[in-house]
Ligand binder design. Structure first.
Ligand SMILES: [Ca+2]
Ligand SMILES: [Ca+2]
Ligand SMILES: [Ca+2]
Ligand SMILES: [Ca+2]
Length: 380
């Protein structure tokens, strides 16, 4: 009996691993100017891994068409490259900058990317099994719930975002993925995955992207000018642009929401991944209302927040507005903190909060590292 159970568990674990190895790592669906030639979706997995049976789906989220399968991209004939990356493109005519790594498999499927992937509220799904047919409506009564899931199809990863339409729906969360709420007024052009120190998919970032008139083919820089970015991206820290077909850059501090309304209040979750090298150490979350540069000098380190009254407030009242602001890292070197803004806090309208974490050793005596800053906008 025990042997049977053990072998069953082993098989289950192996199956889970086999299917958990692929993730959506980068999505560009709305570049500046026309979309043709630039739409691309990057998949990350093990090296030289076949995607037999796998598909990417785009499910419409806008109003009356919510739930309609807009796009089906068959990955079955492709494998990841020796670096674990597959980049699906709508055309090979334009040479992206930066160029995909030589080790990346770059595949083109113009038909599947026609028409273009819609730029409004959209759910992108990676999975395997029987793919639905293009134009099938998986949410016939438009109540935001897929009527029967995706029949015959197993989702391994999903992400969704919204343009804020009142009757729009995102379906990724219910599929085990991530729905990015529209709490700051921009609709992402691109989604960019952050992986942890072990290469496991960890959190999402989102941004509008900018190109220049003289370099329309890239680099696609994140829009730090219009403040259209989210998830832990920050100007001057961590990834600054898309890197389609190249390994994604790292962040150690990531967030979910990127804007909180003063009327409704809300909570921003901050995820810290200091790596297992900092297991059981301490983290101190510091903050600023006056930006990230020049920051606070701390020996040879620089904390990327400027010292101001908010910095003092967090230090003098630990584990209140940010909780925990002083905490213990777990065995993976992680900690989750929350910033909570009560409803009806009009005095904060227009404020931009930056937070960063300082990593200390397990005796709370040695500063070991500082993270990138995160950003939070406070809206009316
Ligand atoms: Ca598009
Ligand atoms: Ca439904
Ligand atoms: Ca529908
Ligand atoms: Ca990439």
């Amino acid at each position: 009996m025990r042997t049977t159970l053990q072998s069953l568990l082993a098989v289950t674990a192996l199956t889970g691993l086999a299917h958990a190895q692929f993730s959506l790592s980068e999505i560009l669906i709305n570049p500046p100017g026309g979309d043709d030639g630039y739409e691309a979706i990057e998949i990350r997995g093990a090296a030289n891994a076949a995607l037999t049976g796998y598909y990417i789906l785009a499910i419409e989220g806008d109003g009356a068409n919510a739930g309609t399968v807009d796009t089906v991209i068959n990955l079955g004939a492709h494998s990841t490259g020796s670096n674990g990356l597959l980049l699906m493109r709508d055309s090979s005519t334009i040479v992206l900058k930066p160029a995909p790594a030589a080790a990346t498999t770059v595949a083109v499927d113009s038909a599947a990317f026609t028409p273009d992937i819609e730029n409004g509220t959209i759910t992108i799904v990676l999975g395997f099994g029987t793919a639905p047919t293009v134009s099938v409506d998986l949410d016939a009564n438009n109540d935001g719930v897929l009527d029967n899931g995706i029949p015959g199809f197993t989702t391994v990863d999903a992400v969704a975002w919204t343009d804020g339409g009142a009757s729009d729906f995102m379906y990724a969360g219910a599929l085990g993925g991530f729905d990015q709420p529209n709490t700051h007024a921009f609709t992402p052009d691109a989604a960019y995955r952050i992986y942890d120190a072990n290469g496991k998919a960890w959190c999402w970032t989102f941004a509008d992207v900018l190109t220049s008139a003289t370099a329309p083919d890239g680099p696609f820089t994140f829009d730090f000018v219009g403040f259209d970015f989210a998830g832990g991206l920050a100007e001057g820290f961590g990834p600054q642009q898309l890197d389609l077909g190249n390994m994604n850059g790292r962040l150690q501090f990531c967030t979910d929401y990127y804007g909180i309304s003063t009327a409704n209040g809300g909570t921003q979750t901050m995820l810290l991944d200091a790596g297992s090298i900092n297991a059981n150490g301490f983290a101190l979350v510091v903050g600023s209302l006056t930006g990230t540069k020049p920051g606070i000098a701390l020996g040879s380190l620089t904390i990327p927040v400027n010292f101001d009254p908010y910095t003092s407030l967090l230090l003098n009242a630990p584990n209140t507005l940010v909780n925990p602001s002083v905490g213990l890292l777990d065995a993976q070197g992680r900690m989750t903190s929350k910033f909570a803004l009560p409803p009806a806090s009009p005095a904060t309208i227009g404020m931009t909060f930056n937070h960063a974490a300082v990593i200390l050793d397990s005796t709370f005596s040695t500063f070991k590292a500082v993270t990138n800053p995160t950003t939070l906008f406070i809206q009316a």
